[in-house]
Design a protein around this ligand. Sequence first.
Ligand code: ANZ
Ligand code: ZN
Length: 746
Amino acid sequence: KWQGKWRKDGLFSLDTDRVKKPYYALMMFPYPSAEGLHVGNMYAFTGADIFARLMRMQGYDVLEPIGLDGFGIHSENYALKEGRHPADLSKQTEKRFYTQLMASGNAFDWRRTVETYKPNYYKWTQWLFLQMFKKGLAYRKLADVNWCPSCKTVLADEQVVGGKCERCLTMVIKKELEQWFFKITKYANRLLKNLEKLDWSERIKIAQENWIGKSEGLLIDFDGIKVFTTRPDTTDGATFIVLSPEHELVKRLTTKEQKRKVTSYIEEAKKKSEQERIAEGREKTGVFTGSQVKNPVTKKKIPVWVADYVLYGYGTGAIMAVPDADERDKEFAKRFGLPIDKTSFKAKPKGERKVNYHLRDWLISRQRYWGPPIPIIYCRKCGTVPVPEKDLPVVLPYVKEFRPTGTGRSPLASIPSFVKAKCPKCGGLASRETDVSDTFLDSAWYFLRYPSTEFSDKPFDLKRTKKWLPVESYIGGAEHAVLHLLYSRFVTMVLNDMGYLDFDEPFTKFRAHGLLISEGAKMSKSKGNVVVPDEYIKEYGADTLRMYLMFLGPFDMGGDFRDEAIGGVYRFLDRVWTMSGRVDNKRQTELSKDDLPWLNKTIKKVGRDVENLKFNTAIAFMMEWLNYLGKKEKVSHHEYKTFLLLLAPFAPHVTEELWEKLGEKYSIHKQGWPACDRKTLVKEELNIPVQVNGRLRGVVILSANDISKDAVVRKALKQDSVKKHLADKKYKTVYIEGRILNFVTS
Ligand code: ANZ
Ligand code: ZN
């Protein structure tokens, strides 16, 4: 009943230009690849929705949009499995997902959906590619890609699990193909530096920091072989050199006697994936080149080997091996009987300082069908020519044979009407690029599109963007830590540098939610334990399912979905419902000395917990209060109303219905969050740590009724231990209410 009415009234749609307090609350949009939304998606969306609803009740004009990340290999693979065309299937999955999303009762603005597979969206994904190209950040080169010999296709890195194809478990090999890359490495330092200013889940920041992998070291010359080391102090323990199989010097350094062995070793190494090559515990392999070079510190002659545990793409692709200090080198030395000399750690070789990043450029070509065609034309005369912006989109043709070809070329390559093109420069006969771009490019800018969906002549409107971005609160899965969340930052920085955006970080605050498991195991189709929300919604209603999901555990930790426990939440809502029959209709009732603190304490705790995404404890507080109210013969109108308001973000349908029953005219979801009257709170004491320049110098104890900054500062300044460290210096104060006070001297 209510869902239809909310949508009809546009209750959660905003006047995007007029509102006064814009707040952009975003959750990661789903890949509509499987049979439908599963309860894990719903878990994430519900948490994000409850938070957004609180912000709305606290007076913000909240934009809470949703869409579908429907292009890409996930959707295509699902279509392959179903034996359907992805374009046909997308219509069906779109309907299915949106129906489910509506059923779950989220306050989405249904007038602003984004579907990445529609030409009005991917036109701008292609535009983004052209901007990268213009800036010199898109380039093409031969590269080794992941190739599954059984599926006959290129795989994305994230589809290679433990060196195997995620679909058929065949060992993935490397294949050399011409590929498009984005120079994300050019932004490595900025991506790293900016992390400091982001209010993000710590584990995500750490994951990005490690992924970017800044490493400072020295380039040391061993008779013409440059090695990169982070431990120059161990050079006296370097007893051999290892070159990666792809290293340019291998040929020159290989002696006649060793040639056959070295050549066949390199052939073998080429077949292995990078993960396989560096996997720990794998038996080390290698071959002697026959040559020796001089160690610049010990002046001893040491042998040069070739081994695949040294990667070509990192540092100089060559290392000095120090078996005394490095585990891998030690394993290798033992296996091949190479000397292990003690290092004294005082070695001081000469060398050039060098900073390396582990981050690689972003390979965006996919030899697949279901994605935006890369907007490039190859002309014999003019070379690589970008498609003019006015000719976008390069439409993805509806092609019957969309299966990966196995030739290393996209299925589009066999469609002459697509390939044939006129050169935009000279008008001569030319051919189109036939690869499509990575799905992660689609999702690297979608948050810019939501506020501007009605503009068809630009990807995002400047005024809108200024008003709504960056995203104030972003919630999503931790598995995207180094993919989507890094790519989005990169794209934002580039658009900032090009003057399209006046900010260089897309998400001011990001919180990762935990993983929902089912009967103790990660939900997966192969285990047959995927839970679909539909039946639960049918049986218990969306509100019960929402609350049950949120009650499973701390939102950032996830929880275990077990059937048995849902009944408890159902009974809770049932009690809220029946209590409506015991509400005192007199509107003006004095609340007793006992009632008041319950009321105010719950308002305060629920608000604070929802703000911190602690939904499970917020629910627990409401349950306690309900128990208290349940013991009374009559519940006052005021108490019951307040209860419904606190519950509204969690259980939007039930509360709306009960609200109407109370005789209220306007939707409960347009009401303000109830105010907490602190004075009525039972005297609780709070310990507030006091720091001077970040070091603990004292603790202030005061009653929870007055924890204003003034009160805390006043009390803190009376303490000798604090005064002493402030001396007569000038200072600023940083106070986080009820939590900590910090004096910062200048
Ligand atoms: C000698 C040494 C002694 C090293 C020691 C480490 C420990 P990060 O921190 O990741 O930058 N290395 C350099 N290039 C490599 C490549 N292409 N493939 C595989 N290994 C490579 O690591 C730098 C260290 O990794 C370098 O320092 C080098 O080994 C190795 F006790 O040199 B070290
Ligand atoms: Zn031309």
